[in-house]
Design a binder for this molecule. Structure first.
Ligand SMILES: [Zn+2]
Length: 274
């Protein structure tokens, strides 16, 4: 009995070993048992605290059912409603570009890939009207001794997510409506730097930890127009950027696939290889 048992065990082991490489191939290294990847959630949760553009409809969650049913099982379901542009979300190219991609048309290559981070928080935390400059990009390149890699997802850290969800600190105003637009103060990307990026560095997407890629005092949303008209989507209201390095990590950014949408709520994660 014993030798047969050993042979049987060996067969099981061989079977397992054969399966292991397949399952590793199918799943990304993130799921691999031996991987040391670390996942950082760069998304704010959606709730009645979620920050929206001052003219946009806020997030609502209505309970459909919550509790024990008369058949004896537990059941929970809600309805939600939201503007496309609020909380952690994506701006699809069509948001500011007539012929741009809608959110369902954005290629996955623009949403998943190698990323870099540029931290300007020492400047922007002292100046809510700070606009990220060409020099911020060239300084990053000098420090890291590489060009912003082709096809990168570029994340801009202003440090403003630490104020979220305090509207007064994060947006510059807790008022809402058309009148509140001119009261907005938060940092963003300058039009010159957006122009420099699209002309000189072929990036796949851009993200920022403020409500908008253009700074709060912007009137013409030029950085939106420049980036989105090149089909470069923008991720807004990001968080936890202080937890990601300057380079050598990946981003997975998967928005809700709204057909024809100009934007959508976004779940975005950084994958760090330690
Ligand atoms: Zn937006």
């Amino acid at each position: 009995m014993k030798p047969i048992f050993i042979l049987f065990s060996l067969l099981i082991l061989i079977g397992c070993n054969k399966k292991a490489p397949n399952s590793q191939d199918l799943n990304s290294p993130i799921a691999s048992k031996n991987s040391k990847s670390q996942l950082i959630d760069l998304s704010h949760a959606f709730s009645d605290k979620t920050i929206y553009w001052v003219t946009a409809q806020e997030f609502h969650l209505d309970t459909v059912f919550h509790g024990e049913t008369n058949k004896g099982y537990y059941y929970s379901a809600n309805n939600f409603s939201t503007a496309e542009h609020g909380g952690t979300h994506i701006d699809a190219p069509i948001h500011f570009s007539k012929n741009g991609q809608t959110v369902d048309e954005i290629p996955l290559e623009n949403l998943i890939g190698e990323a870099i981070k540029i931290n300007v928080s020492t400047k922007s935390l002292n100046n809510p009207d700070y606009q990220i400059s060409i020099e911020d990009f060239t300084n990053w390149e000098k420090k890291e001794q590489i060009q912003i890699p082709k096809g990168s997802i570029v994340l801009l850290q202003t440090g403003f997510s630490k104020y979220y969800p305090n509207k007064l600190k994060y947006l510059g105003t807790d008022k809402r409506g058309e009148e509140a637009v001119k009261l907005l103060h938060f940092p963003g990307l300058s039009a010159e730097a957006a122009e420099w990026l699209v002309k000189n560095r072929k990036i796949h997407a851009i993200g920022i930890d403020t409500p908008s890629i253009d700074y709060g005092q912007s009137q013409y949303f030029k950085s939106h127009v420049i980036l989105l008209s090149q089909n470069i989507p923008a991720f807004e209201n990001l968080t936890n950027l202080e937890q990601v390095p300057e380079k050598g990590f990946k981003i997975i950014a998967l928005p809700m696939k709204i057909k024809g949408g100009s934007g959508a709520p976004l779940r975005i994660v950084a994958v760090l290889n330690n």
